[in-house]
Ligand binder design. Structure first.
Ligand SMILES: Nc1ncnc2c1ncn2[C@@H]1O[C@H](COP(=O)(O)OP(=O)(O)OP(=O)(O)O)[C@@H](O)[C@H]1O
Length: 785
């Protein structure tokens, strides 16, 4: 059979299929009539079952071609299939062209266009048409419409996304990518921001996470994004800041000879000069944009040098601006601390001034990396000075971390992103432990109790009132009074001479036990768990403290032992400050009240550590998914290892009724605070450098030099905590017992003076530590926030 002449639409097959299309479109319009509400004409999508016997009728119309397809020869089969697809395509395109030419896309009649596209989809689904056809038609339609028309077409695409992906992802993904890219090229990011976002979201949802089709493997970043700015005037009045000799002059620092022949930087503070004027900065600031959009160009020494200078001058300019805090503050302190910091910076900056002659040195890369790290820290420090800056900085940090992972992923040749299915055993265990944590086994301490209604019975006049005055009616007997009575009954049971006598004594004891238990239920419900034998209820006469101490680890303490405020508690402090010891002590003293929040980490478990107890040990990609999905309260990286706290884990503890208690390093607490995580922030500090050294030695794992480094770094670590205001309570750890009491008092709000510092829970009435002579360890108690 000769292949079909696509231009000749009078082919009987084409005519037959076109007639069929007209018929089913007529049916479809009865199912989805035209509507002024555009959303109704697109949604819900037409279903194959809406059309009467669609598959059978279609097979009938194309029966000649289908029969030819049954040929034994593969080549013949293929040719017949192509002919059938051509027939479907020619007829569909002709109908589509007629419809789109005569129907405004925003009008109610446009429902016919959407129905036609659905019908073409069904035709391909039963194997009678090319799966790509519907997508090609949508592409044509997109390119022929204005942006507002494209929005409507996009409504259609979005609503059909799931079925397109599940049926024809392979045949459609490149056409979809091409159409979306073309659309994005036409859209203005500034004016059609929301629509651009929709297109991106659509692409993310259409393509699997690990798909490489849109990966920029060669690392060309926004090559077309060129920033235009006024270039420095040649020979004009302006300072020619980018010229080599000026840069040399600006950056050159006196050199001294290092042993080994290398020149060493003397640390002359090249940035001690005042910040540039806006005019001067202009020529340094705007060229930075080029480097940010093309980071690879920074590997050229000629580009790196001006970039470094531009960044330094820009940061210097920012730092010189008064911060929002100091602008709004009437107190001198922030200004002086700003000054102190700036002086510190200037001193430090001397080290960055290395001579351009080093550009050929093998140490250069290390120097550049150090420069980049230090500049990042400097910018971070500046941004964190103001309240809105903190959250903004954390967002940038997260975006950079995501970018870093993206680059790593590309460097590893885009390995597939998948998570292994969870082992059913692990799942069952997790479910069981979640159930255990979230189910309170204990009845409420004050259950709904029925009041005896006897007093409602008619009585002699005045008698009822008299009875009410009887103290027995409103006073419960003392619980301990039953102890003696029950002991007497026990004695009677043992000494009974006749069975009747024994039975009477047993009955008496049962009644006394019952009444004692009724009294005890109001304030000693926890003791009931200790009663194994109904003949021995002595547990309810034990002191309350002993009973509370017996509450099992996964049980929740009775309401009267819980603090009024059950908000999460974040306990932070320097390494070895005693955080774990204090928390441990507190949890032992207040069983069933607190639950530690187990953090996530990417490091391997150490000897003796258990997954889910010490940490949730996860792999890098899993951690990244948590962080990228904004499911972490905080996350920090220590070298290659990441740590983070999951919102979910905190929620599970909160929902169980216990108080979540989270131990973390100071940086993490700052992160959580910056992200406005609601918690009570507590800072634990060793009382002196000497005791800190002792704790670190006791903790082990560090040699003397490392211990000294931690102790020496403490003053710098705690400096600035006031400005960050990260702790509502500072606890000095002189003695674990006292410190845990102090923490308990604070959390139970017995510590009225919560926002000031008290030594080891002893409200001595002394001045806050900031005013005492505590040497290097001083931290001013932060203001109440
Ligand atoms: N007040 C104290 N008196 C004596 N020893 C203490 C005191 N507080 C803590 N220690 C000891 O110091 C060591 C470190 O304490 P701990 O592990 O509680 O500190 P940490 O802040 O949790 O440390 P890291 O952050 O490194 O985990 C432990 O051996 C602990 O027993």
């Amino acid at each position: 059979m000769p292949s079909i002449d696509v231009a000749n639409t009078t082919s009987p097959g084409v005519i037959a299929f076109r007639t069929f299309l007209d018929e089913v479109l007529g049916e479809a319009i009865t199912v989805k009539p035209p509507s002024d509400d555009r959303s109704l004409s697109i949604n819900p999508p037409l279903q194959k079952d809406d059309l009467h016997d669609f598959s059978e009728r279609l097979s009938q119309v194309l029966s000649d071609y289908t029969a030819a397809e049954q040929q034994a020869d593969d080549t013949e089969k293929l040719a017949a299939k192509t002919r059938k697809h051509n027939v479907v395509e020619v007829a569909s395109r002709a109908k589509f062209a007629t419809l789109t030419a005569s129907t405004p896309i925003s009008g109610p009649e446009a429902v016919n266009i959407w129905n036609l596209l659905d019908i073409i989809f069904f035709t391909a689904d039963i194997g009678h048409g090319d799966p790509a056809l519907m997508f090609l038609l949508v592409e044509d339609l997109l390119s022929s419409q204005t942006i507002s028309g494209c929005r409507i077409i996009f409504d259609f695409l979005e609503s059909r996304r799931e079925r397109c992906v599940s049926k024809f992802y392979k045949q459609s993904h490149l056409i979809v990518l091409r159409s979306c890219n073309e659309l994005l090229r036409r859209l203005s990011r500034a004016e059609d921001t929301a629509f651009c976002g929709r297109v991106f979201v659509f692409l993310f949802q259409y393509f699997p996470l690990g798909d490489k089709s849109s990966v920029n493997l060669r690392g060309q970043y926004h090559a077309e994004n060129v920033t235009t700015y006024e270039k420095p005037l040649e020979g004009g009045d302006k300072m020619e800041v980018d010229k080599e000799e000026n840069l040399d002059k600006a950056t050159e620092a006196p050199q001294t000879e290092k042993p080994g022949g290398k020149k060493a930087d003397t640390g002359t503070p090249k940035t001690s000069s005042p910040p540039l004027s806006n005019d001067e900065l202009y020529d340094l600031f705007w060229p930075l944009q080029e480097s940010f959009s093309q980071p690879l160009r920074l590997f050229e020494p000629a580009n790196l040098k001006p970039f470094q200078r531009g960044v330094e001058e820009t940061v210097k300019k920012f730092v010189a601006l008064p911060s929002a805090t100091s602008r709004s503050s009437t107190v001198d302190e922030p200004k002086s601390s700003l000054k102190r910091k700036r002086e510190g910076l200037e001193d430090g900056e001397g080290a960055e001034a290395y001579n351009p002659r080093y550009l050929t040195s093998r140490d250069l890369f290390e120097l550049e990396a150090r420069w980049a790290r230090e500049t990042k820290d400097k910018i971070a420090e500046y941004m964190r000075k103001d309240v809105p800056g903190k959250a903004f900085y954390r967002v940038i940090e997260t975006v950079l971390a995501r970018d870093k992972n993206w680059v790593y992923w590309k460097m590893a040749s885009c390995p597939p992103i998948k998570r292994d299915p969870i082992d059913p055993k692990v799942w069952a265990e997790a479910q069981a432990s979640a159930l255990r944590v979230t189910t309170s086994k204990r009845l409420r301490p004050v259950p709904m109790s029925a009041v005896p209604m006897e007093f409602l019975k008619p009585k002699a006049p005045g008698q009822a009132l008299k009875e009410l005055e009887d103290p027995k009616r409103y006073q419960l007997p003392d619980l301990d009074s039953f102890k003696a009575k029950i002991n007497d009954s026990d004695f009677d049971i043992q000494m009974a001479k006749t069975p009747a006598e024994k039975a009477r004594a047993q009955e008496r004891k049962a009644s006394q036990s019952w009444r004692a238990m009724r009294i005890a239920r109001g304030f000693k419900l926890a003791a009931f768990d200790k009663i194994d034998n109904p003949d021995d209820i002595s547990a309810i006469f034990e002191p309350l403290e002993d009973i509370v101490a017996e509450v099992a680890a996964d049980e929740i303490a009775a309401d009267e032992y819980m603090p009024a405020n059950r908000e999460a508690v974040i306990v932070s402090g320097p390494p070895g400050a005693g955080k774990s010891s204090i928390i441990q002590k507190l949890m032992e003293a207040r069983k069933g009240v607190f639950e530690r929040v187990v953090r996530h980490t990417t490091r391997e478990p150490r000897d003796g550590e258990t997954d889910g107890k010490d940490f949730h040990f996860v792999k890098g990609p899993e951690f990244n998914q948590l962080r990228d999905g904004d499911r972490l309260i905080e996350n920090v990286e220590q070298g290659e290892i990441a740590y983070g706290t999951s919102y979910k884990v905190v929620e599970v503890v909160t929902e169980s009724g216990k108080v979540p208690i989270i131990e973390m390093e100071i940086d993490s607490a700052k992160f959580a605070k910056d992200m406005d995580f609601d918690a009570r922030y507590v800072l634990v500090k060793p009382a002196s450098p000497e005791s800190h050294e002792t704790f670190l030695k006791a903790e082990g794992g560090r040699d003397d030099a490392a211990i000294k480094a931690v102790v020496d770094s403490l003053p710098a670590l705690v400096e600035g905590l006031n400005a960050d205001n990260i702790a509502g309570k500072v606890i000095l750890n002189e003695n674990v017992e006292n410190a845990s009491h102090e923490l308990g008092d604070y959390l139970y709000q017995k510590d009225a003076d919560a926002d000031t510092e008290i030594v080891n829970g002893t409200d001595t009435g002394e001045a806050p530590l900031s005013e005492q002579n505590n040497g290097d360890m001083d931290v001013d108690a932060p203001e109440a926030s």
